[in-house]
Design a protein around this ligand. Structure first.
Ligand code: NAD
Length: 495
């Protein structure tokens, strides 16, 4: 370890045997490490300050990189089944602490407790599903003189950059494949939601050798320091398309590998034959889940002209029933949006709707400029009726609870409009006629396309975006390969 890196381990201590959900530290080389400077997050439902968390310095980054490099040498040679056992044991421990993690997640992120519990369950499924997989060497050709083998070797240190909408699930979706394939990983949580990720990595110290799984919390400078640092071999990034471009640019300087899971503007195409009473509530739910802060949420609703009015009214009626409130209270469907920046960003869409005099069919009251007036970052779920295709709400991702509904009458037209965007994350088609649905679905430009559902992901299927929604993909055996170098090994049987 360099002298500066050693210095930044000052005050380091071993993780206690019991997780304490009120104090938060960086985890570097197996130790809980404080920083001189600290900052704190805000509970979006109450605007109360949450506990202090570290603000890492470049020296902390160096210390984590030194430890990650040393740990990689050991971990890459640890047999796959031991790495897989460690990931499974970690998954079980996470599940044992489900209630505490869910409570903390609701406090920092804002989602209702049942959805926070669901996030822990999904993270568990990711961890155990990935741990059930194994990359094998593949024999590509063989005769009595030679054998050609394809091998998958780990990359080195991976940096996992996580956004604020699903901090537990998305951190687990990165750390499991990275660790199973023999890499070490440094997690960088969003400054808006560092708490659960810090406890997650602290918990991991029970199962992984020092330096294999680390976390650095910080402010807006930390991400760029990590992507520019020469040590990491890969950046696994989930966040907005705008930041993804910066990450790729920075990573290019040292030719780091990147996986970029970015923004979306998912269309849902509703055909004329759907059962309105059952489909309309599903559409509202999948548009407003997590207050619309889901990369794969429905963000444009295209409804066939023959049923437009009736379908719109049914979605609006269901939307009005969705309970908005503090996620800690029972019966709440959606909490506040997660942070001030997001609150202001979504508010701009309301201003544009108002300025352009668009029609609102549910919700619609612009949130007050000062969120303190309502005690939190609350925004009512809102549907905009038939906005112009070139309006902001029809084209951009608000990442909040405001969704446009538009009319279509020819398949060709709706497919062209659904594809007329730089985003390509998800898309869905809803119809009783599976031939029609499949015909439309196969023409949609998106990484995940559904018929008669949306948002459902299978950890065995590749998950990624087309166009500006991403580069590379995660999940399944292919996702594991994205954390590896490929090697062709040519074996001549006689020297
Ligand atoms: P964001 O891009 O602002 O931040 C994501 C992460 O990147 C945070 O940890 C942030 O601190 C870090 N970061 C910011 N600037 C950086 C830089 N220059 N270099 C390195 N790291 C930097 O995104 P967000 O607002 O946290 O998340 C919302 C966005 O994420 C939405 O667009 C949403 O659609 C997208 N998202 C995509 C997926 C997916 O799997 N495709 C999943 C969830 C969210």
């Amino acid at each position: 370890m360099s002298p500066t890196a050693v210095h930044s381990m000052k005050g380091a201590k071993d993780p206690p045997s019991k997780l304490d959900f009120t104090t938060f530290h960086n985890v570097i080389n197996g130790k809980l490490v404080p920083t001189k400077k600290t900052r704190h997050g805000i509970n979006p439902a109450t605007l109360e300050a949450l506990p202090e968390v570290p603000v890492s310095t470049p020296e902390d980054v160096d210390a984590a990189m030194d430890a990650g490099k040393a740990a990689f040498k050991l971990w890459r040679n640890t047999p796959w089944n031991e790495r897989s056992k460690a990931v499974n044991a970690f998954a079980e421990a996470l599940l044992e602490h489900k209630a505490e993690f869910a409570k903390l997640l609701t406090k920092e992120q804002g989602k209702p407790i049942p959805m926070a519990e669901n996030e822990v369950d999904t993270a568990y499924t990711f961890l155990t599903t990935f741990a059930s997989l194994q990359l094998q060497e593949e024999v590509m050709a063989e005769d009595d003189k030679k054998q050609t083998i394809v091998r998958y070797t780990p990359l080195g240190i991976v940096v996992g950059i996580v956004p604020w909408n699903f901090p537990i699930m998305l951190a687990c979706g990165k750390l499991a494949p990275a660790l199973l394939t023999g890499n070490s990983i440094v997690i960088k949580p969003s400054p808006f939601t560092p708490y659960c990720d810090m406890k997650l990595v602290e918990l991991g110290q029970r199962f992984f050798p020092a330096g294999v799984l680390q976390i650095l919390s910080g402010d807006d400078e930390l991400g760029p320091w990590l992507t520019a640092h020469p040590a990491p071999a890969k950046i696994s990034f989930t966040g907005s398309s705008a930041t993804g471009k910066k990450v790729m640019e920075s990573a290019a300087k040292t030719l780091k590998r990147v996986t970029l899971e970015l923004g979306g503007k998912d269309p849902a195409i509703i055909c004329s034959d759907v059962d309105i009473a059952s489909v309309a509530p599903q559409i509202a739910t999948m548009a407003f889940l997590n207050s619309g802060q889901v990369c794969l949420a429905i963000k444009r609703i295209y409804v066939h002209a023959a049923i437009y009015d009736e379908f719109r009214d049914a979605v609006a009626a269901h939307t009005r029933k969705l309970v908005l409130g503090n996620g800690e209270a029972a019966g709440v469907f959606m909490g506040p949006v997660q942070n001030k920046m997001q609150y202001e960003k979504v508010s701009e869409f309301f201003s544009d709707v108002e300025a352009r005099k668009m029609k609102i069919v549910a919700g619609g009251e612009a949130p007050p400029a000062d969120p303190a007036k309502q005690g939190g970052y609350y925004i009512k779920p809102t549907i905009i009726d038939a906005p112009p295709d070139n309006s902001r709400i029809a084209m951009e991702e608000p990442f909040g609870p405001i969704v446009p509904m538009m009319k279509w009458d020819s398949e060709e037209d709706v497919i062209a409009r659904a594809n007329d965007t730089q985003m390509g994350l998800g898309a869905s088609v809803w119809s009783k006629d599976l031939d029609q649905a499949a015909r439309i679905a196969r023409q949609l430009e998106a990484g995940s396309v559904w018929v008669n559902t949306h948002l459902e992901v299978d950890p065995m299927a590749p998950f990624g975006g087309h166009k500006e929604s991403g580069v590379g993909f995660e999940f399944g055996l292919g996702g594991l390969k994205q954390f590896c170098n490929t090697q062709a090994l040519y074996m001549k049987k006689k020297a």
